[in-house]
Write a protein that binds this ligand. Structure first.
Ligand SMILES: [Zn+2]
Length: 350
C-alpha cells in the first residue's frame, strides 16, 4: 500500500509520431504529489540518461589553485574570521578541516567549511574518511553557537558540488545555516511531522520509512541508524535520494560513527552518480540543535547536470515558475540502479 501522503494521477498525451509514419502515439506520464514535502513532480517514463560525462578539466582550468581562496597562500589572507567571542582562533579547525564565516552571507549565521587543503576531490575520492573532518567541524561550530545563543534551533549542512549545482569553486566545501526559524522547505517537513495524524498517535517518519521499506519500490537500504530511500516525488530532473537517521533527534546525537555511516552512504551514491555520468549534486542535511523527537536528522541529495551540447540548465520554467519538477527518470528505477551499490560493501571503507 502506498504511503498515505503520496498520491499520483496518470495522464496521457497524444501526437502523430514522425518517427513512425505519423501514426498516433500515446505518451503516458504521472503527476505525483508528496504531501509531506509539498513537492509535485511529473514523472516521464523515458529513462533519460546523461550520455557523456562532462570534462572536469574545463572546470579545473578555470578555477586554478593560485586563485583559490581555500588554498594557501590566499586562504590565510582572504578568508573571513569569526570574532573572538565566537572562537579566539578565528576559525574552527579539526584534522585539516576548517570552518569560517561565509564572505557572501545569506543568513545571520552562515559558515563555510572545507574538508582539507586538497583543491579538488573527484566523486570517487570523496571517501567517508576524507569528508568526516569537514562534517565534524560543522558539528563543533553548531555546539559553540548553541552554547552562545540557546534560542537557535534549526541547522543545516549544505553542499553545492561543482558548477552545475551552483558550486562557485571546485575546492570542496559545505555551507552551514543556523536559525531560530527553519527555512521554508525545512518548515514544511517540520510542520508535516507536527501535524501528522494517522489516528493512532504514530510518528510520520517511522511510518514513512516502514511503508517504503515494506513496499520495496524506493527503499534502498539501511546502514547503521540511517535509512536510504529514493524520493517518491523528486526535486530534481535526475531524481532525489533521501536519508533519515532513526531516533537521532538533534545534530548532537550524531556520533562520529553515525557521520561515517552517512558519509559511507554518500560514497555509494557518488559511485552511482559516476556510473550515470553525473558529476554534480546538491545536498542538505537538516537537523535541530535542541532535541526534537518529531524531527529526526535527515537529508536529501539531488544530482544536477547540464544538457549537452548547449550546456542547457536542468532547471526550467516548470520548476522555476510553476514550482513543479519535470523528472524524465522513474524513481523506482533509480532505486533499482542504486541498490546494488549498497549491497556489495565496495564503498563502505574509510
Ligand atoms: Zn583550492
Amino acid at each position: 500500500m502506498t504511503f498515505s501522503a503520496f498520491s499520483k494521477e496518470i495522464t496521457k498525451g497524444r501526437y502523430l509520431d514522425p518517427s513512425d509514419g505519423f501514426k498516433e502515439k500515446e505518451s503516458v506520464f504521472e503527476i505525483r504529489h508528496d504531501a509531506v514535502t509539498g513537492v509535485t513532480s511529473r514523472i516521464l517514463p523515458y529513462r533519460f540518461r546523461v550520455v557523456k560525462r562532462p570534462d572536469i578539466n574545463e572546470y579545473l582550468e578555470k578555477s586554478p589553485v593560485e586563485k583559490c581562496p581555500f588554498c594557501l597562500p590566499l586562504f590565510e589572507r582572504i578568508t573571513p574570521r569569526f570574532t573572538a567571542d565566537v572562537i579566539a582562533e578565528g576559525k574552527f579547525q579539526r584534522d585539516g578541516a576548517f570552518l569560517f564565516p561565509n564572505a557572501f552571507p545569506h543568513d545571520r549565521h552562515n559558515g563555510v567549511a572545507i574538508f582539507s587543503s586538497r583543491h579538488y576531490l573527484g566523486l570517487d575520492e570523496l571517501t567517508p574518511g576524507i569528508m568526516l573532518p569537514g562534517f565534524l567541524v560543522c558539528r563543533d561550530y553548531f555546539a559553540r553557537m548553541a552554547e552562545l545563543q540557546p534560542e537557535l534551533q534549526f541547522c543545516s549542512i549544505n553542499w553545492n558540488y561543482m558548477p552545475p549545482a551552483g558550486g562557485g569553486l571546485v575546492h570542496p566545501h559545505v555551507q552551514t545555516v543556523i536559525g531560530e526559524r527553519p527555512t521554508r522547505f525545512m518548515k514544511t517537513l517540520y510542520e508535516s511531522a507536527l501535524h501528522y495524524n494517522d489516528g493512532r498517535g504514530g510518528d510520520l517518519w517511522q511510518d514513512l520509512i516502514a511503508s517504503e521499506k515494506g513496499e520495496e519500490e524506493r527503499y534502498i537500504a539501511a546502514t547503521g541508524a540511517t535509512h536510504w530511500l529514493v524520493s517518491f516525488a523528486p526535486r530534481g530532473m535526475a531524481g532525489e535520494i533521501a536519508f533519515f537517521l532513526a531516533g537521532k533527534s538533534s545534530i548532537f546525537e550524531l556520533t562520529e560513527a553515525d557521520f561515517l555511516e552517512i558519509l559511507g552512504g554518500f560514497s555509494r551514491i557518488f559511485a552511482y552518480f559516476l556510473e550515470s555520468n553525473l558529476i554534480s549534486f546538491n545536498m542538505t542535511l537538516y537537523a535541530t540543535l535542541r532535541k526534537e523527537s518529531r524531527f529526526p536528522v535527515q537529508g536529501r541529495l539531488v544530482p544536477r547536470f547540464m544538457i549537452l551540447p548547449l550546456g542547457t540548465s536542468d532547471i526550467n520554467y516548470f520548476e522555476k515558475l510553476h514550482g513543479e519538477i519535470i523528472c524524465p527518470v522513474v524513481p523506482e528505477q533509480v532505486c533499482r540502479d542504486i541498490r546494488p551499490l549498497f549491497q556489495d560493501g565496495r564503498h563502505s571503507g574509510r
